[in-house]
Design a protein around this ligand. Structure first.
Ligand code: ZN
Length: 147
């Protein structure tokens, strides 16, 4: 678990500083705004879904390093995947971050580093914000709040 914690810190630093897919999406078909009042994190997530696939995804907004790193990782994890796969990732990610399920390194790949967040209950909502926003966008909801 120590290795995972180190990996987590490196990962949050890296993705928090230079988030991937931090941009608007042209021709977006789905979008949602996510807000975490506990920390003040705000993200605007946009996706372009074609034939059931996430053809493009990007986010903008302001958030702490953890929420930014989590959003960055989430966009990398679901880009090019089917909507069903994206939802399946969500279903595994949330209990892992809350510490209710053990990380499955093989299956979740880089998302597993966020299991480290479960040691910091105050930050769980930062880490899950992007995923709740993804689900809201897929469900056609305009806004979502973690509170
Ligand atoms: Zn935060």
């Amino acid at each position: 678990m120590n290795e995972l914690r180190e990996l987590y810190q490196e990962y949050v630093l890296d993705h928090g500083k230079s988030p991937r897919n931090f941009r608007a999406v042209e021709g977006a078909t789905h979008e949602a705004h996510g807000y975490n009042p506990l920390c003040g994190d705000k993200i605007h997530l946009q996706l372009r879904i074609e034939d059931g696939l996430v053809a493009d995804i990007g986010f903008t907004g302001n958030g702490c390093a953890i929420s930014t790193a989590s959003a960055s990782t989430m966009t990398e994890a679901v880009l090019g995947r089917t909507v069903e796969e994206a939802r399946a990732h969500f279903a595994k990610f949330i209990p892992m971050v809350k510490g209710e399920a053990k990380p499955d390194l093989d299956e979740l790949d880089k998302l597993s580093v966020f299991a480290g967040v479960s040691e910091f209950p105050m930050r769980v909502k930062c880490a899950t914000l992007a995923w709740h926003t993804l689900t809201a966008a897929l469900d056609g909801k305009e806004t979502v709040s973690t509170e």
